[in-house]
Design a protein around this ligand. Structure first.
Ligand SMILES: Nc1ncnc2c1ncn2[C@@H]1O[C@H](COP(=O)(O)OP(=O)(O)O)[C@@H](O)[C@H]1O
Ligand SMILES: [Mg+2]
Length: 366
């Protein structure tokens, strides 16, 4: 049984999202994240803040233009539904955490929200090293840790090799994977979020494996951004030449998560030139560079003395989804909220933590 957050799988709601998103801006998909997606709380918090500001500015009638955002509640409801499916009143939800959680102000609210929605459910937080030392499987492959049975495992860590310090952490991951606990994500969904897999899934014929309705297939494909393999074959060779000829039109991506790993601009050319005959090149994918519409607006950041200057900004919308199922059946599949990040137009990546982006909320206009 897998629980995966966030992953908006195509359904009727997806069509609705695409419609709305097309109204907001030209939409191009950057990626699907299937592990440790942040801002479930900061997304709704930004909406609440903007509602407050509109009220303070004396224009409460404009508040209706901010779409509702219940991402935190939706994500936590998904975890609680998974906990219910596991069907053991005493079992707990495990958050697999980093040694130091920098976005704790986002993450901790998931725990508080679970407690608010169902006070009977306990959340425990452990890092992979602690799990390696203490976790074991019970007689029926229950995941046991410190006297608790784990119903649901929610990974906020474990998405990059550096978080597995030794074989012990990998062993812990394997143990969890083999257990009865419902994983968010399971290894299959984790892999589905890998850049190389997304490149394979974005091939035109791949969508038809998962969707039947022609119209939906066409609409889903419309938001795809060109993704090219750099394999040693004619397609890969053509992609290498394309990147070298027009580096500013592409982004190079390795199989990494967490931001700041991609290569942009003229570095695309130098990287491709230096690796084009090396095996390493197949570990990367090439992607069309998205050129989002510019907006002139303010960006407020702590310690900044340019807050009152108008700047050219671009926004990135994230949609949260919950899917629960096993290899045969999808039990739950719905979108549960959103988050918007807005960054300075000249920045390649939009990280809020890196100081270039800010939490934002969409404002709908006719
Ligand atoms: N094709 C693209 N065109 C323009 N910017 C991109 C593109 N792909 C990624 N980015 C920027 O880089 C950021 C990180 O890229 P992403 O693929 O999401 O990597 P990660 O999984 O490490 O977050 C995105 O949020 C976006 O700001
Ligand atoms: Mg990602």
């Amino acid at each position: 049984m897998d629980l995966c957050i966030p992953l908006p799988l195509p359904n009727e709601e997806l069509e609705d999202i695409i419609d709305k998103a097309k109204d907001w801006a030209l939409m191009h998909g950057v990626e699907i994240n299937t592990i440790a997606s942040g801002f479930g709380w900061l997304g709704p918090a930004a909406t609440n803040l903007h509602k407050f500001i509109l009220q303070e500015l004396g224009v409460p009638e404009k508040i209706k233009n901010l779409p509702d955002n219940n991402a935190l509640q939706g994500i936590c409801t998904g975890m609680i539904e998974a906990w219910k499916i596991y069907n053991d009143q005493k079992a707990v939800i495990l958050f697999v955490i980093e040694d130091v959680t920098y976005n704790i102000c986002d993450q901790r609210f998931h725990e508080f929200e679970i407690r608010r929605l169902n006070p009977d459910i306990k959340v425990i937080r452990r890092n992979l090293t602690q799990l390696a030392a203490g976790a074991k499987l019970g007689q029926n492959k229950e995941l046991l840790m410190d006297g608790y049975t784990i119903a649901v495992v929610y990974y906020r860590s474990g998405y990059e090799p550096g978080q597995y310090y030794s074989k012990n952490e990998w062993d812990a991951r394997l143990l969890i994977e083999r257990s009865l606990a419902i994983k968010c994500p399971s290894i299959q969904y984790h892999l589905a979020g890998a850049k190389k897999v997304q490149q394979a899934l974005a091939k035109p014929e791949a969508v038809t494996r998962f969707l039947r309705d022609e119209k939906t297939i066409e609409r889903v494909k419309e938001i795809f951004t060109g993704l090219y393999s750099l394999n040693f074959d004619e397609h890969g060779d053509a992609a290498v030449e394309m990147g070298i000829a027009n580096p500013k039109k592409f982004v190079l991506k390795p199989q990494r998560e967490g931001g700041c790993n991609n290569i942009y601009g003229m570095n695309v050319r130098s990287f491709l030139e230096s690796t084009k005959n090396k095996q390493e090149r197949v570990a990367w994918i090439l992607m069309d560079r998205i050129d989002p519409p510019l907006q002139i607006n303010y960006q407020i950041r702590p310690g900044s003395d340019t807050d009152t200057e108008l700047k050219e900004l671009v926004s990135e919308l994230g949609i949260f989804g919950v899917i629960i199922g096993d290899e045969k059946t999808v039990l739950i599949n719905r979108q549960v909220g959103h988050m918007l990040r807005t960054k300075i137009a000249t920045a390649d990546e939009g990280g809020v933590a890196s100081g270039l982006g800010a939490c934002d909320s969409p404002y709908l206009i006719d």
